[in-house]
Design a protein around this ligand. Structure first.
Ligand code: BES
Ligand code: MN
Ligand code: ZN
Length: 428
């Protein structure tokens, strides 16, 4: 007898009076069966729910069996059939190599995000990411980590300011993937990740409930790192750099305070009106670095605002860009990769939405959650630091991609939504 539960998909009307019509999957002596309709979008949701239900039943091992399992159906099942601790065993029906590759990288990403802040602090985050990419392409990857006071020396003031109050020093990882054999090859894309390994809010302290999930605040860093890893495994032939802006947003006697003014490398001054709007402060350094490389494209990912999560919910990432052509490319790529992505407003004038009397701008509006349009205003702040007035730049606000509790589709914790889309954009 097989030790794995066989799971089938069938394209037919379901007729088993002992199960409710709403059941995404029925289980009997032959195994588990998912009944599909003509609408493939609904089918994929159903298959993912079926995976989730089998996990909830305590099924430890499954074998996708029979006809009808294309790549996306298997992937949808895998997303549902994932327990938070990645212990489930899944055997594919077809496309095993590509599916395993994607699942291994996505699981790596999820596990990294789900690890506690005692294990993942700025230096360990940078190290784990560098080791992962070096293990995939040892001859094409080089990296350096700028730590602690060296950040100040080199002018990376956002990361230094946000992270200096922690016992774990802040750092910037700069990783170069160059498959061209030409050390001077142009950089195609710079990926930037928000790597706040824990966000207490700083002196604008979060509530206990608001703080509980804040180990997820390096999700952007993990997502762009996972995307690069996947793209490289898929054969990426372009030079790409990865910049992770890593810090712990904590309080002590040296922490940054409300009213402090940060002067960035490019001369821009920023008044801190809320120490909990720290993500944009560290990402500004990443954008300034990206500008220095002259890269054609810049993609950042960040768990940046609760406002984005409120706007698009937990099943979507939010996209911001002033480059319509590139934004449309990202949306069509996400659709092809079956990842939900929704564009929210960003106009050049959003730059003016966080004014300050004491500096060029503030890091937020001095209102709860940044006030109305908070996700767009955060993106508008970032736009001040993007080269070429934001042409070639995409900003993914992935605040909804971490789930505080399981639902019908996803296990508790990180989903790694966005990894496939960003990998596909790199390989485009
Ligand atoms: N890391 C949070 C955003 C967040 C919230 C991510 C919930 C995931 C789930 C970010 O640093 C933050 O605190 N944002 C503030 C900004 C505000 C102070 C302008 C927010 O969204 O409230
Ligand atoms: Mn914050
Ligand atoms: Zn944060």
């Amino acid at each position: 007898m097989s030790t794995a539960l066989a799971v089938f998909v069938v394209q037919q009307e379901f007729s088993d009076a002992s199960w409710k019509k709403s059941a995404p999957v029925i289980v009997n002596e032959n195994g588990a069966t998912i009944y599909l309709s003509a609408n493939e979008g609904e089918n994929l949701r159903k298959v993912q729910k079926a995976g989730r239900q089998l996990d909830n039943l305590g099924i430890a091992s499954v074998q996708l069996s029979g006809e009808g399992w294309d790549f996306e159906r298997q992937w949808a099942f895998a997303n549902g059939y994932t327990d938070t601790r990645s212990k489930n065993k899944l055997q594919w029906a077809s496309n095993a190599e590509a599916l395993s590759q994607t699942r291994n990288i996505v699981n790596w990403t999820r596990e990294l995000i789900n690890l506690p802040p005692a294990d993942i602090y700025p230096e360990s985050l940078a190290k784990r990411v560098a080791e992962k990419l070096e293990s995939i392409a040892p001859d094409q990857v080089s990296s350096k980590v700028i730590m602690g006071d060296d950040l100040k020396q080199e002018g990376w003031m956002g990361i230094h300011t946000v992270g200096r109050a922690s016992k774990h020093a802040p750092c910037m990882l700069v990783l170069d993937y160059n498959p061209t054999n030409n050390a001077d090859a142009e950089v195609d894309t710079v990926l930037i990740g928000k790597g706040i390994t824990f966000d207490s809010g700083g002196y604008s302290l979060k509530s206990s409930e608001g703080m509980l999930a804040m180990k997820c605040d390096m999700g952007g860093a993990a997502t762009v790192a996972g995307a690069l890893a996947l793209a490289v495994e898929q054969g990426l032939q372009k030079r790409v750099q990865l910049v992770l802006c890593c810090a712990e947003n904590l309080v002590d006697g040296t922490a940054y305070k409300l009213g402090d003014v940060i002067t960035y490398k490019n001369g821009t001054t920023v008044e801190v009106v809320n120490t909990d709007a720290e993500g944009r402060l560290v990402l500004a350094d990443g954008l300034l670095y990206a500008g220095e490389t002259g890269a054609k494209r810049i993609i950042d990912a960040a768990t940046l605002t609760g406002a984005a999560q409120v706007a698009v919910g937990n099943e979507y990432n939010a996209l911001f860009s002033v480059d319509d052509e590139l934004a449309n490319k990202a949306l069509s790529t996400a659709a092809a990769q079956r990842e939900n992505l929704w564009r929210l407003p960003l106009q050049p004038w959003h730059k003016e939405n966080t004014p300050s009397a004491f500096a060029d701008c503030a890091n937020s509006r001095p209102q709860k959650g940044g006030g109305s349009g908070g996700a767009s205003n955060a993106a508008g702040f970032l736009l001040r630091f993007a080269p070429r007035d934001g042409q070639g730049w995409l900003h993914f606000d992935i605040a909804g991609a971490y789930h505080n509790s399981a639902n019908a589709m996803w296990a508790t914790g990180a989903t790694a939504l966005g990894v496939r889309t960003i990998a596909a954009l790199l390989n485009d």
